[in-house]
Design a protein around this ligand. Structure first.
Ligand code: MGD
Ligand code: MGD
Ligand code: SF4
Ligand code: MO
Length: 704
């Protein structure tokens, strides 16, 4: 609270800009019964109106008064009621011995888990017990925090999260270019006139680290002249159809487009010379010029397959607008060249003077966490540490290990007990079959989930966890991805199903049974969800009680704090040696000739989470194949096909579509029976992040 007061009165240098903004806070709806609730399936964080008859959810609708989502919801949000009443809801804690399941009380379950953990820690050390936090943990305000606190209280370094199989290039580029790993660039949607998405399809996904509720309307706004929206995607997508212009490169080659674009801006004009003189070292700029020398229109066109005329028009568009707002998605972060693309995206913003400046992108410090309060000028070059014992060659920049190392750790006997918080490694991790075999070797696999799935089938302990509508919540980690400077609070709507408990409570009970506490002195396992959220909101830009009362609080974006408070001497590190070295090896990072699997999300499910839908509403696991590829292989529309890579193969139905790149077959993520993760591999991961290549993967496709 002290820190917050200091911040609000503007006494801290790095907080003064934000302090001014707190005056603008506005509110919505203060009536608890009518007030908006919050959908937490995805980053869009839509406001919803939920009706119940006391215990049954009778309807879920978009809240037209909600400032972020303006009444919008998608099919997943509207099916939250069916999700809540899912026939496979987990109701009691249970334990498996062999194939026998026994229901346990919470006291029996937590005692049993604590004794297994104690035994392993005593014999094999604290790292033998690990935690994995998945997507649903980071969308549970106190969930991911609890996973981290549990690992800390055990003294374990075996911490894993979905970040390392989603976008580890983002914190790495932030770290090496700015000195801080947690900078999140957000589109200045009110002022930017040139927006571009690379390997990101917000109409389906609602954005990647920039939440875009109501995406069709927003993308149309971005594309309304004189504004321009460009999309770079290997497929003609729901988003690229709304764009002013789109490019369809060969999968895995996006970095080349950026290399060419930046080279042209440096050589032929279009850079912001004043910004460059203030925020970049001349030596870095010289080095960059040399590095990009080879990225001529010819070479770029050869590598990407894009027409030279289109590439030149992209340069002209950037010159026309001056400032840019570019956002990458998993179609870029999951490629082998992810670091290069992300780095060059940052370089593009820097050379055009678009970072931390109106009309470009601002840096969201997070409303609740306010990461800027920790930031000091970091003049020391960041250093990596080795990966876990079985994968020391993988570099680790933060305080968690990459998911790609987990199976080796289990096979080596280093990781023996794993707690999974709201995630599904069997769907998300590489080498799906090997992962499953490794999980069978664990002494305990403890799964905190709401619904039975493949993870609970192979767990030793299944712990019923409160779902979205059963807990009060704040977007503790996710408000940093909002387009505006805002946060929200949602109360619980219905009482918990069966014996389910909150994620934080379960973790705290296990720690308690082991005689340690992971909770601060002000909290106990008798505290409420709201007490924990209040504790986590100590640094919030406005007091927690005000957020509870107003439900949605917001101010406006702030500019300048990164340049004045974060960058060493106010200068970006434009050319970190790690990326310079990778650029020198670009040929190894471009996928070989031949057919490549590309990734895609679908609207009606989220990763492996499939809320029950009516038959007509449901998605299906479908491979999109270009008609030319199909003809060459004798595949007809609707045929069953086998897609195979060296690590495994899967079978699914083909749909012919000239929207996909002729070199690619587009597969979806999150299907149990057609698990795309049998095609990915934990070997050959990125040398800087340990990231698995999950799009632009060489494969073969044949008719079954
Ligand atoms: N409905 C729905 N929403 C979701 C999810 C979901 O499963 N369903 N998942 C959530 C999660 S965890 C995440 S991380 C986000 C992801 O959000 P996004 O990254 O926006 O995910 P996608 O919608 O798959 O869009 C990725 C696009 O990249 C393209 N692509 C694939 N490979 C390449 C390539 O090499 N180069 C280029 N330029 N494009 C390529 C694909 O064709 C696809 O259109 O979505 C979140 N939101
Ligand atoms: N091959 C391949 N691999 C990929 C990807 C890809 O596109 N292709 N995508 C990658 C990406 S971007 C991501 S983010 C990861 C996703 O990896 P994960 O986050 O591990 O996977 P999800 O399928 O989102 O699993 C979420 C789990 O949380 C549960 N859950 C839902 N709500 C709650 C709740 O309120 N409480 C609790 N405790 N549990 C809940 C769900 O039932 C589900 O089991 O996968 C990555 N791996
Ligand atoms: S876009 Fe859909 S899933 Fe995402 S928050 Fe909104 S309603 Fe929920
Ligand atoms: Mo993700």
């Amino acid at each position: 609270m002290k820190r917050q007061l200091a911040h609000r009165s503007g006494r801290r240098d790095d907080g003064s800009l934000l302090a001014a903004r707190v005056q603008e806070i506005r509110s919505v709806d203060t009536d608890d019964s009518r007030g908006s609730k919050l959908c937490r399936f995805c980053i869009a964080l839509c406001g919803i109106k939920v009706t119940t008859d006391g215990t049954t959810i009778t309807s879920v609708k978009g809240d037209p008064e909600h400032p972020g989502s303006r009444g919008y919801t998608c099919a997943k949000g509207r099916s939250l009621g069916r999700w809540h009443h899912h026939p496979n809801r987990i109701r009691e804690p249970r334990r498996r011995r062999g194939s026998e399941w026994t229901n346990l009380s919470w006291s029996e379950a937590t005692k049993d888990i604590a004794s297994i953990m104690e035994r392993n820690i005593a014999t094999h050390g604290p790292d033998s017990v690990g935690v994995y936090s998945g997507t649903a943990a980071s969308l549970d305000g106190a969930g991911k925090w609890a996973a981290e606190q549990l690992a800390k209280s055990l003294g374990s370094r075996s911490k894993y999260s979905a970040i390392s199989i989603d976008n580890p290039c983002k914190p790495l580029v932030s770290l090496l270019v700015s000195g801080h790993p947690g900078l999140v660039p957000v589109v200045d949607d009110r002022h930017c006139t040139f927006t571009m998405f690379i390997g990101c399809n917000p109409v389906v996904s609602h954005g990647h680290l920039n939440g875009l509720p109501d995406p069709v309307v927003r993308l149309r706004e971005f594309a309304t002249a004189p504004r321009e929206l460009w999309v770079i995607d290997t497929r003609v997508t729901e988003s690229s159809r709304l764009a002013t212009r789109s490019l369809q490169p060969r999968p895995g080659t996006d970095f080349a487009i950026l290399a060419f674009l930046i080279r042209e801006l440096l050589d032929g004009g279009g850079c912001d010379e004043t910004y460059l003189s203030q925020h970049v070292n001349a030596d870095d700029l010289r080095l960059l010029r040399e590095l990009l020398e080879e990225w001529t229109a010819d070479q770029t066109s050869n590598i990407t397959g894009c027409a030279i005329g289109d590439l030149v028009e992209l340069v002209a568009a950037v010159r026309r607008h001056g400032r840019v707002a570019v956002q990458t998605g998993t179609g870029s972060t999951m490629t082998a060249a992810a670091n290069l693309t992300e780095w060059l995206v940052w370089v593009l913003h820097i050379v055009t003077g678009s970072y931390d400046v109106p009309g470009g992108m601002w840096f969201h410090p997070g409303f609740l966490r306010q990461v800027h309060l920790d930031i000091k000028h970091n003049t020391v070059l960041p250093a990596a540490s080795p990966g876990p014992r079985s994968r020391p060659e993988i570099t680790v920049w933060g305080d968690e290990y990459p998911c790609s190392a987990m199976v080796d750790e289990i096979e080596a006997g280093n990781l023996r007990v794993l707690v999974v918080f709201g995630g599904n490694p069997l769907s998300a991790f590489p080498d799906a079959q090997r992962t499953e075999r490794a999980f069978e070797k664990l002494e305990a696999l403890i799964v905190l989930d709401v619904i039975d799935n493949e993870m609970t089938d192979c767990a030793t302990h299944v712990l019923p966890t409160r779902g979205q509508l059963e807990r009060a919540d704040t977007p503790y980690y996710y408000d940093q991805f909002n387009l505006d400077f805002s946060t929200q609070y949602t109360p619980a709507v219905v009482s918990p199903v069966g014996e389910s408990q909150s994620m934080w409570w379960i973790a705290a009970r296990i720690a308690e049974e082991m005689g340690s506490s992971m909770l601060p002195a002000t909290l106990t396992t008798s505290s409420t969800d709201k007490d924990v959220l209040r504790f986590l909101s100590q640094r919030s830009a406005v007091p927690f009680d005000e957020i509870v009362e107003k439900r949605y609080v917001s101010g406006s974006p702030t500019f300048g704090w990164v340049r004045t408070s974060v960058l060493p001497n106010g200068r970006w590190r434009l050319a970190p040696q790690e990326f310079v070295r990778q650029l020198g090896k670009w040929r190894e990072l471009v996928p070989p000739n031949g057919l490549l699997v590309t990734s895609r999300r679908q609207l009606r499910h989220l990763n492996s989470q499939h809320p029950p839908m009516t038959q007509e509403d449901a998605d299906a696991a479908i491979a999109l194949i270009h008609p030319d590829v199909a003809t060459a292989r004798g595949i007809a529309d609707g045929d069953e096909v086998i897609v195979s890579a060296p690590s495994g193969s899967l079978q699914l139905r083909a749909k012919l579509s000239s929207d996909v790149h002729p070199d690619s077959v587009s597969l979806t993520h999150g299907w149990r029976e057609a698990n795309v993760s049998v095609l990915t591999s934990a070997s050959g991961v990125d040398e800087l992040t340990g990231m698995v290549v999950q799009t632009a993967i060489p494969v073969d496709v044949r008719r079954r």
